[in-house]
Design a protein around this ligand. Structure first.
Ligand SMILES: Cc1cc2nc3c(=O)[nH]c(=O)nc-3n(C[C@H](O)[C@H](O)[C@H](O)COP(=O)(O)OP(=O)(O)OC[C@H]3O[C@@H](n4cnc5c(N)ncnc54)[C@H](O)[C@@H]3O)c2cc1C
Length: 389
């Protein structure tokens, strides 16, 4: 057996793929050479280049122009996310698109897949909107309403959403709406809304990562009846079915970010000299990097393992494993960026080095896709420990 422990689960083809992605990332423009706070976290041009290489669509069937192969392509998709986020490629739209593609694969009609996938395989972006001002972790509290009009041909949607990532660049937004009931899990549905629909207003939310996430206002937005994804009233169940994919892909991208923070800080402490020696030679620094490297290897095996389990059986629910991967990788990215900053001293805090940008990105990842507290709740519940017991 050759290679590093973290590559244990990769086939020869996947190891080659990782090298190809790394080669591509060394020539593509990244957040390191473009001011990401001005250029934004997503570039349509970079996404199109990735699409042309077949890397935007590892989970889309070839009949729709995708690059899915036997096994499903989840580990391939995780490897791409890991490498791209490590390289700081400005393709933040990859994450919500992957999540919506998973929903289309599970619940979409052939016509919906053909329509949306025709753009996604070329680097197109899809966004997903669940969160509302009063509905965060408690998604059953969603109150954005969708009603069929008098002719029964169109949904009419009214309400407010918050924190919809990349809604400003997406072709369509998959909107979680209430089609019946008041505040329960039944009566929720998923409906596609084009970004440019009449009555939809998209406003940026100012956060430490500019141009990432948006507030949406729906004022009697009309979309055709067949924009419904899956079954009317089954939105909650459908969203639970997609959590595996969401948590795994967020974990993979965070793992890449964590590795990048580690690599940059390590390179710095090897070079930086104080008291006549590299600062990395002080034991306090050595132990920091030894601890982080151990966590990175453990987390890589966990994330790759979850993706490989999905390739093995995409329909299998993995609440414990996927939540463990998401929790571990996002908290590790935060820790690597924070400790990387401490390891570098004042330069770690300076904008001209990447560490403060990695920290800003890592902080957000512990909220979306379910907060770290919610991941811990889910893991505990898989052991029978429930708040209502
Ligand atoms: C950068 C960013 C991007 C995002 N992108 C999207 C997106 O694309 N689409 C989308 O729909 N949403 C998105 N979100 C929203 C995200 O999913 C929510 O922030 C998340 O679900 C938590 O909701 P909340 O922030 O309203 O916190 P709340 O649910 O109000 O929770 C507040 C605090 O209480 C804790 N808490 C809540 N319930 C429990 C409980 N049962 N047990 C223990 N602790 C609990 C939480 O962990 C948190 O610490 C994004 C958020 C961020 C920051």
């Amino acid at each position: 057996m050759t290679g590093e422990l973290g590559e244990l689960l990769l086939s020869h083809r996947q190891r080659r793929l990782v090298h190809e992605i790394r080669d591509h990332c060394t020539t593509a423009a990244t957040a390191d050479d473009v001011d990401a706070d001005v250029g934004g976290p997503h570039s349509a041009e970079l996404a199109a280049e990735v699409g042309a290489r077949g890397w935007w669509n590892f989970t889309i069937d070839p009949r729709y122009g995708g690059a899915r192969h036997a096994g499903g392509g989840f580990l391939d998709a995780a490897l791409f996310a890991e490498e791209a986020f490590k390289a700081q490629l400005r393709i933040a739209g990859y994450i919500p698109t992957f999540i919506v593609v998973a929903a289309l694969n599970m619940f979409g009609t052939a016509a919906q897949r053909a329509d949306h996938f025709s753009r996604v395989v070329r680097g197109g972006v899809l966004a997903v909107s669940l969160t509302e001002p009063q509905a965060g972790s408690d998604i059953a509290a969603v109150d954005t309403r969708a009603r069929l009009d008098d002719t029964g041909t169109h949904w009419v949607i009214s309400g407010r959403k918050r924190w919809c990532s990349l809604a400003n660049v997406a072709d369509h937004i998959l909107v979680f709406c209430r089609t019946a009931g008041e505040s329960d899990r039944d009566g929720l549905s998923m409906i596609f809304v084009p970004r440019d629909a009449d009555g939809l207003t998209i406003d940026p939310i100012r956060t430490p990562i500019p141009d990432l996430t948006c507030a949406l206002t729906f004022d009697a937005v009309r979309v055709p009846r067949d924009a419904l994804l899956g079954q009317e009233g089954a939105g909650f169940r459908q969203s639970v079915a997609g959590l595996n994919f969401e948590r795994m892909i967020v974990a993979a991208s965070s793992l890449g970010l964590a590795q990048r923070a580690f690599d940059d800080a390590l390179a710095y402490v090897r070079e930086r000299r104080q008291f006549g020696r590299p600062v990395g030679s002080f034991q306090a620094q050595q132990h920091r990097f030894a601890g982080l490297a151990t966590e990175l290897t453990k987390t890589r095996l966990l994330v790759h393992g979850v993706a490989a389990m999905m390739d093995d059986d995409p329909a299998r629910s993995l609440p414990r494993e996927a939540s463990m991967a998401k929790l571990s990788a996002t908290e590790l990215a935060k820790r690597c960026a924070l400790e990387g900053m401490q390891a570098m001293g004042a330069n770690g805090y300076a904008n001209e080095y990447g560490m403060e940008r990695y920290l800003r990105a890592a902080l957000g990842s512990t909220f979306f896709g379910g907060t770290s507290e919610i991941q811990r709740n889910i893991i505990a519940q898989t052991f029978g420990l429930r708040a209502d017991n």
